[in-house]
Design a protein around this ligand. Structure first.
Ligand code: GLP
Length: 239
């Protein structure tokens, strides 16, 4: 696992955006795994800017998002579908963009369908990840066992309370999600993990203890041959 510490979250976004420029130059039909949450927002802003400046072209690229709440309508302002449209998909030109459906009647069948779609696309070239305070990646929460493929999961209390800020008092906040599994993430050829902000310093420290804590899902990344973790100074302050 390679660690790169930059001054600010904006610096991280700018640096990671350059990797995507190179990736799409080298392989225009790349399959990109994408994440939601506040962490990648700055990166998506950079990618939009670069697209508008003609520096990057997504027209042959496909994307697969990590997760979606369940149940969740795609047009709900707190859905990850909505988030991705707002921050990226409505502003750049992906050939196709896929996200697990929070509206599927049979969520377990949706998990299988999603995995097949990823497999049919040839797997993920570059997987972008953020990390939860409890070490979750996608919505793979700390657990005794981890799903290899896309799974229909319960959110932890930690994730529910961390994401509470996005839901208004009269909205029912989902307690379940459909998420790519640890296996899906692990099969990605290259993984970029972004950790920014002082409130992620503790989990960043845990990750860099260089031990597999089985209750920290992101620790599985320590075993992957091509993971680069980009941190800002605040997130790296305890390492
Ligand atoms: C969310 C998402 C994750 C994300 C994480 C951290 O709930 N499911 O993919 O990485 O929690 O979010 P943030 O970047 O807002 O801290």
């Amino acid at each position: 696992m390679v660690k790169i510490v930059l001054d600010t979250a904006q610096d991280v976004a700018a640096q990671v955006a350059k990797i995507y420029v190179k990736q799409l130059k080298d392989k225009p039909d790349s399959v990109l795994g994408l994440a939601t949450g506040s962490t990648p927002v700055a990166l998506y802003g950079q990618l939009v800017k670069k697209y508008q400046a003609g520096e990057i072209d997504f027209s042959k690229a496909r994307s697969f998002n990590l997760d979606e709440y369940y149940p969740m309508k795609a047009d709900h302002p707190q859905s990850y579908h909505y988030f991705m449209k707002e921050h990226l998909f409505d502003k750049v030109n992906f050939a196709s963009s896929s996200i697990p459906s929070g509206e599927a009647k049979d969520p377990k069948a949706e998990c299988k369908r999603y995995d097949k779609e990823i497999e049919d696309a040839g797997g993920i070239d570059v997987m972008l990840l953020g990390i939860g305070h409890n070490g979750h990646v996608g919505f793979n929460e700390p657990a005794v066992t981890y799903s290899m493929g896309t799974g229909f999961v319960d959110l932890s209390d930690s994730s529910i309370s961390a994401n509470k800020r996005y839901f208004s008092a009269d909205e029912v906040q989902p307690t379940k999600a459909i998420t790519m599994g640890i296996g899906d993430i692990f099969r990605s050829r290259k993984i970029i993990l972004i950790i920014t902000g002082e409130n992620k310093a503790k989990i960043a420290k845990k990750l860099f203890e260089n031990q597999i804590h089985t209750d920290v899902p992101a620790c599985f990344l320590l075993l992957h041959p091509d993971v680069t973790v980009y941190l800002d100074k605040d997130a790296a302050s305890l390492i």
